[in-house]
Design a binder for this molecule. Structure first.
Ligand SMILES: Cc1ncc(COP(=O)(O)O)c(C=O)c1O
Length: 385
C-alpha cells in the first residue's frame, strides 16, 4: 500500500474542538495544563529533548533539576522513601505487581478497582481476589473485608502477595478508610498499594500517614501534566525489590525498562508542580464546591450515589429527569450532549442520560453555577415542550 498525498492530507495539525469549554470530565479536570506547563510543552516538546542533560539515568539529571524533583520534592510530596517516574498509574501498578508478586500469586483488589488494576494483575500473571463494595447507594468498602479476603486466599495455600485500594475509586469518587485497610493488611504482612490516580495532585496525600507501602499516581490525570506520565512511590522496605538494577546495564532499573517518561511529560509536570502543590492546600474548598454542586443538582431531581456528604470532586449521579426526556426527545439519548455542547459545557459522554459521572475540580463556583443553571434550563425546556 502506498501513502499517496490524498491519504496524507487528513493528518497534520488537528484542532481540538472542546479545548476552551467548561470542562467537567473527571478524566480531564485535574490534567489541564497550567500556563507554565503550556510553555514547557513547546519548549521541551521535541522527543528526547531532556536527554541532552542525561548521564545515563534520567531521574539523576541535575540541570534542569530532575534529580531534586524526583528524589527530594516528590518523595516529600507523597510521603514515600522513593519515587520514580512512570508512564501512568497503570504502569506504576504493573511495576509493583510484577516485582512483588510471582506468577500464580494473588492480589486483593477492592470491588471498585479500575480496569487497569485488573489488566496489570493479569499481565503480571496474578490471581485476583475481590473485596466487594456495599453496592447501591453508598458503594462503600469495609476495611474489615480485606482481612477476610486475605484469610480466604491464605487458606487456599499462600497468602496474597499484595493488596490494592483505589483511593478514591474512579466511578463514585469514594475515599475508603485507607489507614484502616493498611493496618489490617499489615497485620497479615501483606503490603498495600494505593491507587491514587485521582488523588495525588488534587488533595493532600501522605503515604506514610496512610500506611501505604506503594503509591501509584497519574500526572496526566491529576498533576496538570501532559501525558503520559505517572508516579510510583515505594517505601524503603520494598525499594531493593521493586527498583532492582540490571546485571548487564548497572545503572538501569529493570522494571522501568531503564527509562520512562521523558521530554514533554516530565517537563510539564515540573512546570506545574508549584501550582499543584499549592492547589492541594485548597482541597477543602474543592470539597465544599462538590457538596454545593451536589446539593443544587439534587434539587433538580438528580441523585448522587456514593459517599454522602461527598469528600471528592468526582461524583456519580443517577439522572431520572434526563432519562425521562430522552424517551421522547427528537435527538433521543443524545439530546443532553447536544444541549450541553451548545452551552459550551464539555465532559458528559454523548448518549448518557440515565446516569453519569462528572468532576467539579478547579471548575470554580461561577462555572459550576452556570452548569447547574444549564441543567435546569434543559430540564425546563423539554418539560415545557
Ligand atoms: C481509578 C483509576 N485508576 C487508574 C487509571 C489509569 O490512569 P493512567 O492513565 O495514569 O494509567 C484510571 C483511568 O481512568 C482510573 O480511573
Amino acid at each position: 500500500m502506498s501513502l499517496d498525498e490524498d491519504k496524507l492530507k487528513k493528518f497534520g495539525f488537528i484542532e481540538r474542538g472542546p479545548k476552551d469549554a467548561i470542562n467537567i470530565d473527571p478524566l480531564q479536570t485535574g490534567g489541564i495544563l497550567t500556563e507554565d506547563a503550556r510553555k514547557a510543552l513547546l519548549e521541551w516538546g521535541d522527543g528526547y529533548s531532556i536527554c541532552d542533560f542525561c548521564g545515563g539515568v534520567l531521574d539523576l539529571i541535575k540541570k534542569p533539576p530532575v534529580n531534586e524533583f524526583v528524589h527530594e520534592a516528590l518523595p516529600e510530596f507523597i510521603g514515600t522513601d522513593e519515587v520514580r517516574l512512570t508512564h501512568g498509574a497503570r504502569e506504576s501498578k504493573f511495576v509493583v505487581m510484577h516485582s512483588i508478586g510471582k506468577p500464580g500469586d494473588t492480589v486483593v483488589l477492592d470491588g471498585l478497582a479500575h480496569y487497569s488494576s485488573y489488566v496489570a494483575a493479569q499481565r503480571a500473571d496474578l490471581e485476583i481476589e475481590k473485596v466487594e463494595s456495599s453496592g447501591n447507594p453508598e458503594y462503600s468498602i469495609d476495611p474489615e473485608d480485606y482481612g477476610q479476603a486475605i484469610e480466604k486466599v491464605a487458606s487456599q495455600g499462600k497468602p496474597p502477595a499484595l493488596a490494592l485500594l483505589t483511593y478514591p475509586d474512579g466511578n463514585y469518587g469514594n475515599l475508603a478508610d485507607a489507614k484502616k485497610v493498611a493496618d489490617i493488611c499489615h497485620e497479615y504482612d501483606v503490603p498495600l498499594l494505593l491507587n491514587c490516580a485521582y488523588s495525588v495532585g488534587r488533595m493532600p496525600i501522605d503515604a506514610k500517614k496512610l500506611g501505604a507501602d506503594f503509591i501509584a499516581a497519574s500526572g496526566h490525570k491529576s498533576m496538570a501534566s501532559s501525558g503520559p506520565i505517572g508516579l510510583l512511590g515505594v517505601q524503603e522496605e520494598y525499594a531493593d525489590t521493586v527498583l532492582r538494577k540490571s546485571p548487564t546495564h548497572k545503572k538501569k532499573e529493570i522494571e522501568l525498562l531503564g527509562c520512562t517518561s521523558r521530554g514533554a511529560g516530565l517537563m510539564t509536570m515540573i512546570a506545574s508542580f508549584p501550582q499543584v502543590v499549592e492547589r492541594t492546600k485548597h482541597w477543602e474548598e474543592e470539597i465544599a464546591n462538590a457538596r454545593w454542586f451536589s446539593e443544587k443538582v439534587e434539587k433538580l431531581g438528580l441523585i448522587q450515589v456514593g459517599q454522602k456528604p461527598h469528600n471528592h470532586d468526582l461524583m456519580f449521579f443517577e439522572t431520572p429527569p434526563f432519562y425521562e426526556i430522552s424517551k421522547t426527545a427528537k435527538k433521543g439519548r443524545y439530546f443532553l450532549y447536544k444541549e450541553l455542547k451548545k452551552r459550551n459545557i464539555h465532559g458528559i459522554k454523548g448518549g448518557l442520560t440515565k446516569y453519569f459521572k462528572l468532576s467539579t475540580y478547579q471548575v470554580g463556583r461561577d462555572n459550576l453555577s452556570y452548569v447547574v443553571d444549564s441543567f435546569e434550563e434543559i430540564i425546563d425546556k423539554y418539560t415545557e415542550e
